[in-house]
Design a binder for this molecule. Structure first.
Ligand code: RAM
Length: 906
C-alpha cells in the first residue's frame, strides 16, 4: 500500500534551478552522498521488490555508489533465500559464488526452480576496483505470482442485472464477508477484471492504482495484480468489495461510438490467500456467494466522463456487518480462454496535483477554472449543494475568445462529469473510471459562487519515474522541454497514446516509435515499454504485419484491416524493442521479440516488388505541403518512405541477429539490407545526389538511414539545406521527417542549421506553438494561432507528443549525453556536447540504470568548459570540438576547449 502522492513541481529552469533528480533521488531515500562503495537500488525486472511476477528466471540489478574516480565493480556475489532468516544464516535458494564480472544489471537468477507464490529474498555484495568487498547490500525481495491456471480457485463473477445498455450503464458493486483467524502472517490478493476494477477491503481501497488491470488485447491476455493486504485485514469478520467500470474492455472506443470491443459484460476475479503462523492457510475467492448491486456511479466511461449520484452512496458497503440482504447474488460467468499474466509495469496512479490560477464567469452561472498547465487526469472538486442538485463539470484544453470552453476537438467524446449532491455540507468528488485531457474546468449548476481552492487538477499517468532533466540558456527551449515532458506524462497512460482528450487515445505505433528515444531520456520507461512491446507483438497479424495501433482496436473498422504494415507505423515492432535494448541494455526484450521482428521483415520481402515497398498509408503525416488538405498526402513519395524504412529496420534486425548469436540470420539480414539499400539508391537517388520527391523528408530518410552513397552525400546534404533555406530557414516535415531533422543536419556538419530551426519562432517551428500559449506539444504546428484561431477540429489535439521527438537531440547533442550502441544501457557513455549559436550554456542529467550522469557546458567567448559526472561501473568517451576523443573512467570530469563555436568541427 503506502502510496504517496508525489507533489513534484516542475523544476526551476534556470542555471541555478534545483535539480529535479536531486529531489527524486532523495525522495526515494537513495544514498546519493556516496561513501566509499555501497550498493543500492536493488531491483528485479525493472521493479523494486515486486510481488506477483511471472518471470520464473528473473533478472536482478543493483547500483554501485562510489565517489572514487574510476570506481567499478570487479566481482559480485548474489545470495537468495526463501526467508529473511535463511538469507542471513544459510541461503537455501541460490549462492552465485564469487563471479568475476562487472555486470551489475540483469544478472540472471540461477538458483532453485521457482514456483507459484515463491517469495525470494536476496542480497548482493561486490568487489570494488581495489579488490575490496563491500558489505552485503540491504535485503530486497521478489515474489512469483500465480503461474498456472490451476492456481486460480476463484470464479469469475458478474452482476446479475441486465447487460450493459445505454439505459443501464451503472457500475456494479460486489461484496462478500469472510473470517480471518488469529496469527495472520501473510495475505495476498490476486485480482483482475474484464473491465476496470477497484478492490476494497474493510472500507479501504486496496492499493493506489487506477485503470487496473490495464489495457492489453483482452482476446490474447489479461493482466492481474497482486497486493500485499495484510495490514488491511483484522482478526474476525472482514469484508471484501469490488467496483467495476467498463474501461477499454466494454466501454466506448473509437470515434464512431463503438462499444463492447472486447465484451459487453464486466466481471471480476479475486483470490485472497492467507497464511497463518501455525502453518495453515486459507483462500477467499470470488464465488456465487458474493452479492452485487448498483450504487452511486450511474455511468463511468473513459471518453465520456462519469455520472455520480451521491444520494445513492452505500456507506460501509465494503465493511463487515453491512446489511446486503436486499442485494441480489452475483452470477458466475465463463472464465476467459486467454492466459492471465502478471502486470508488467507500474499502473496508472495519481502523480501530481495542480492548483487553480484563474477563475472566471464568462456566462452567468458558468464558472471556468484555469490551471497553469494542460494536463491529464481529472479535477477534484469541493461542492456544497442541496440533495438532488446536479453539478456539471466539463473539461477543455483551450478556451474560445469569449472565455468559454473550446470543445470541438473532443469530437464525440463527451468528457463530462455530473455530480448529484447528497446535500451534506461540503462534498468532495473525484471520478473513478474516466480521464480527461484539459487545462480548463467548467462547472455549472452551483448555487453559490465557487472559490479557486474548490478545484484541484489531479494528474494521473502510468508509473514512469523521472530520470532526465534538460536545461539551457534559452528560456523558450526550456519551455519546449517542459511541453515535451507534459506531452509524455499526459500520453503515457497504460499504453503510449496519441492524444488524451478526444475519442481516440490509442496506442499509435508511429507516434510511439518516433518519440521513444526522447521518452527514455525523460522518464524510466523500461517497464512501460516492456509491456507495450508485448501488446505490439499481440497485435501482429499472422502474415507478420503490425497494425497502426496496439492494442489493435482498428482491426474491425471497415477498410483499416487491409491497411496494416504501414511504413514508419508498423516499424515500431522493430524500433521499440531495439530502443529499449539500447537505452536500458535489456537483451531479453530482443530475445522475446526476435521472431516477431523477423516475421515483419519477411512480410516486407513478400509484399515488396523487387524490394521496393509501397505501403505507407500515412506518408509523412501532417507534413506542411500536404495536398488537398489530406494529412497523409505529403509530397514525399510513399514508396520512398516505405523502402527507406524497409532498409532501416532490416539493418536493425541484422544487428539483433548478431547480438543474439543467430549467425545465419545475421548474414541473411545483412545481405538483404545491402540489397534494399542498392535498390533504394537505384530507384530514388540520382547520380548527382537528388533524392526523389526533393522534399526535406526524402533527404532526411535517405541520409538518416545511411542510404546515400558516400560520394553523393555532399550533394544530398546541400539539397536538403537548400530546401530548408528557400523556405526562409523553415521546416516542412511531418511526423516521419521531423524527428530526423536536427540529428541528420548535425551528423552531416550542419548543427548550426539545426540550432536555427530549433530557435525559429515563426510558423512552422517548435517554439511557435509556445508563443501561441502552448504548455504541451500539439498535433499540428498551428493547432491554434493567435491571428487565425483554431485549426481543423477534426484532428486537433493539444497534447500530442510526436513533434516532441526533438527532445532526444536536445539531450544528446545540445547537452551532450548519448549512449554507445556497442555498450548499451550507458555502460559506456558518449559525452559530446555540440554547442551552437544562440545558446551559451546547457546542462542535462540522466539517471541511467548505473546511476546519475551529468553533463554541463558553458561558452565563454571561444572557451568551452564542460564538466559532469559519470556513474560508477561505467566509462565514457568524451568528444569535444577540435579535440581527439578521450576515454575516461567513472567519477567527475572537467574539460576545456578553445574553439570558435561557429566553426565547430568534430
Ligand atoms: C491520428 C493521430 C496519430 C497518427 C494517426 C495517423 O489519429 O494524429 O498521431 O499517428 O492519425
Amino acid at each position: 500500500m503506502g502510496c504517496r502522492l508525489h507533489n513534484l513541481s516542475v523544476p526551476s529552469l534556470s542555471a541555478g534551478g534545483k535539480s529535479l533528480i536531486f529531489c527524486i533521488v532523495s525522495e526515494k531515500k537513495e544514498n546519493i552522498m556516496y561513501s566509499e562503495c555501497k550498493i543500492s537500488g536493488l531491483c528485479c525486472e525493472f521493479l523494486n521488490n515486486p510481488i506477483g511476477i511471472d518471470e520464473t528466471i528473473p533478472r536482478l540489478s543493483w547500483k554501485i555508489n562510489d565517489l572514487r574516480q574510476g570506481a567499478r565493480q570487479t566481482a559480485y556475489q548474489v545470495v537468495a533465500a526463501s526467508s529473511i532468516q535463511k538469507l542471513s544464516a544459510k541461503p537455501d535458494l541460490w549462492d552465485s559464488g564469487m563471479v568475476s564480472s562487472d555486470q551489475s544489471l540483469d544478472v540472471i537468477y540461477g538458483g532453485k526452480k521457482l514456483k507459484s507464490r515463491q517469495q525470494v529474498f536476496w542480497q548482493v555484495r561486490v568487489r570494488d576496483y581495489k579488490g575490496e568487498w563491500t558489505d552485503w547490500s540491504e535485503r530486497a525481495s521478489f515474489e512469483i505470482g500465480l503461474l498456472k491456471s490451476a492456481d486460480w480457485q476463484a470464479e469469475w463473477i458478474s452482476h446479475d442485472f441486465p447487460k450493459l445498455t445505454p439505459a443501464n450503464e451503472s457500475c456494479p458493486f460486489m461484496r462478500n464477508e469472510f473470517e480471518v483467524k488469529t496469527g495472520l502472517v501473510k495475505a495476498r490478493a490476486y485480482v483482475t477484471a474484464r473491465g476496470l476494477f477497484e478492490l476494497h477491503l474493510n472500507g479501504k481501497r486496496v492499493g493506489c492504482d487506477h485503470f487496473t488491470p490495464g489495457w492489453t488485447d483482452y482476446h490474447k491476455r489479461i493482466q492481474y495484480l497482486t497486493y500485499d493486504v495484510q495490514s488491511l485485514l483484522v482478526e474476525g469478520k472482514n469484508a471484501a468489495g469490488a467496483i467495476l467500470g467498463t474501461g477499454w474492455y466494454a466501454g466506448g472506443l473509437l470515434w464512431y461510438n463503438g462499444r463492447h470491443f472486447y465484451g459487453d459484460q464486466m466481471s471480476v476475479l479475486m483470490q485472497l490467500e492467507l497464511e497463518y503462523s501455525d502453518g495453515s492457510s486459507q483462500t477467499v475467492v470470488t464465488s456465487p456467494d458474493w452479492k452485487t448491486t448498483t450504487g452511486p456511479i450511474l455511468m463511468s466511461e473513459i471518453y465520456h466522463g462519469e455520472t455520480y449520484d451521491a444520494r445513492r452512496e452505500m456507506t460501509g458497503w465494503s465493511e463487515s456487518r453491512f446489511d446486503d440482504v436486499a442485494w441480489p447474488k452475483a452470477k458466475v460467468v465463463d472464465a476467459p480462454k486467454v492466459p492471465l499474466v502478471s502486470i508488467r509495469s507500474t499502473p496508472v496512479r495519481k502523480q501530481e496535483e495542480l492548483t487553480v490560477v484563474g477563475l472566471t464567469e464568462p456566462v452567468f452561472g458558468v464558472h471556468v477554472f484555469e490551471l497553469t498547465q494542460n494536463m491529464v487526469g481529472w479535477a477534484r472538486i469541493k461542492i456544497r449543494g442541496k440533495a438532488g442538485q446536479e453539478v456539471v463539470v466539463r473539461y477543455s484544453e483551450m478556451l474560445k475568445d469569449d472565455g468559454t470552453l473550446y470543445l470541438d476537438n473532443l469530437r464525440t467524446a463527451k468528457c463530462t462529469d455530473r455530480y448529484i449532491c447528497k446535500g451534506d455540507g461540503e462534498e468532495i468528488f473525484e471520478p473513478h473510471f474516466t480521464f480527461h485531457g484539459f487545462r480548463y474546468i467548467e462547472i455549472t449548476g452551483l448555487c453559490e459562487k465557487p472559490q479557486m481552492a474548490d478545484v484541484t487538477g489531479i494528474v494521473l499517468h502510468s508509473g514512469i519515474d523521472p530520470t532526465g532533466v534538460f536545461e539551457c540558456s534559452e528560456p523558450l527551449v526550456n519551455k519546449l522541454q517542459s511541453c515535451i515532458l507534459w506531452g509524455q506524462k499526459g500520453n503515457f497512460f497504460e499504453v503510449p497514446t496519441d492524444c488524451p482528450q478526444r475519442d481516440e487515445r490509442l496506442g499509435w505505433t508511429g507516434d510511439a516509435q518516433v518519440f521513444i528515444r526522447t521518452a527514455c531520456f525523460n522518464r524510466d520507461v523500461a517497464a512501460f515499454f516492456t509491456k507495450w512491446c508485448i501488446d505490439l507483438e499481440d497485435s501482429q497479424d499472422e502474415a507478420g504485419a503490425f497494425p497502426h495501433v496496439a492494442p489493435d482496436v482498428l482491426c474491425n473498422v471497415k477498410g483499416l484491416k487491409e491497411e496494416v504494415g504501414c511504413a514508419a507505423w508498423a516499424d515500431a515492432g522493430v524500433i521499440c524493442p531495439w530502443t529499449i535494448y539500447l537505452c536500458y541494455g535489456d537483451k531479453r526484450i530482443l530475445e522475446r521479440h526476435y521472431k516477431s521482428m523477423t516475421k515483419w521483415i519477411e512480410w516486407r520481402v513478400k509484399n515488396s516488388k523487387n524490394l521496393i515497398c509501397e505501403k505507407s498509408i500515412f506518408g509523412d503525416w501532417l507534413a506542411i505541403d500536404i495536398s488537398q488538405g489530406d494529412p497523409g498526402r505529403s509530397p514525399t513519395p510513399r514508396d520512398l518512405i516505405a523502402t527507406a524504412y524497409f532498409a532501416y529496420t532490416t539493418e536493425i534486425v541484422s544487428k539483433v541477429a548478431g547480438i543474439l548469436g543467430h549467425t545465419a540470420d545475421k548474414k541473411r539480414y545483412c545481405d538483404l539490407h545491402k540489397k534494399v539499400k542498392i535498390t533504394f539508391q537505384k530507384e530514388f537517388i540520382s547520380p548527382n545526389g537528388r533524392v526523389a520527391g526533393d522534399t526535406q523528408t526524402a533527404y532526411l530518410l535517405a541520409l538518416g538511414f545511411d542510404l546515400v552513397p558516400v560520394k553523393q552525400q555532399k550533394h544530398a546534404v546541400e539539397r536538403l539545406v537548400r530546401e530548408i533555406e528557400v523556405r526562409g530557414t523553415q521546416l516542412s516535415t511531418g511526423f516521419v521527417g521531423t524527428p530526423l531533422l536536427a540529428p541528420v543536419l548535425t551528423k552531416f556538419g550542419r548543427a548550426d542549421l539545426a540550432y536555427k530551426l530549433l530557435l525559429t519562432q515563426t510558423y512552422p517551428s517548435w517554439i511557435y506553438p509556445i508563443l501561441q500559449g502552448g504548455t504541451t506539444m500539439w498535433e499540428r504546428w498551428n493547432s491554434y494561432t493567435k491571428d487565425k484561431g483554431f485549426g481543423n477540429a477534426n484532428m486537433n489535439s493539444f497534447n500530442h507528443y510526436a513533434y516532441g521527438a526533438i527532445g532526444e537531440w536536445m539531450y544528446n547533442t545540445v547537452a551532450g549525453i548519448e549512449l554507445d550502441p556497442n555498450k548499451p544501457g550507458y555502460k559506456n557513455i558518449i559525452i559530446k556536447p555540440q554547442p551552437g549559436e544562440g545558446i551559451t550554456w546547457a546542462r542535462a542529467e540522466l539517471v541511467s540504470r548505473y546511476g546519475l550522469i551529468v553533463c554541463s557546458w558553458k561558452l565563454d567567448g571561444k572557451k568551452l568548459s564542460v564538466n559532469g559526472v559519470i556513474p560508477p561501473n561505467t566509462t565514457a568517451t568524451v568528444i569535444l570540438p577540435g579535440k581527439k576523443p578521450k576515454s575516461i573512467q567513472s567519477g567527475k570530469f572537467e574539460f576545456e576547449s578553445v574553439q570558435n563555436p561557429a566553426s565547430l568541427t568534430f
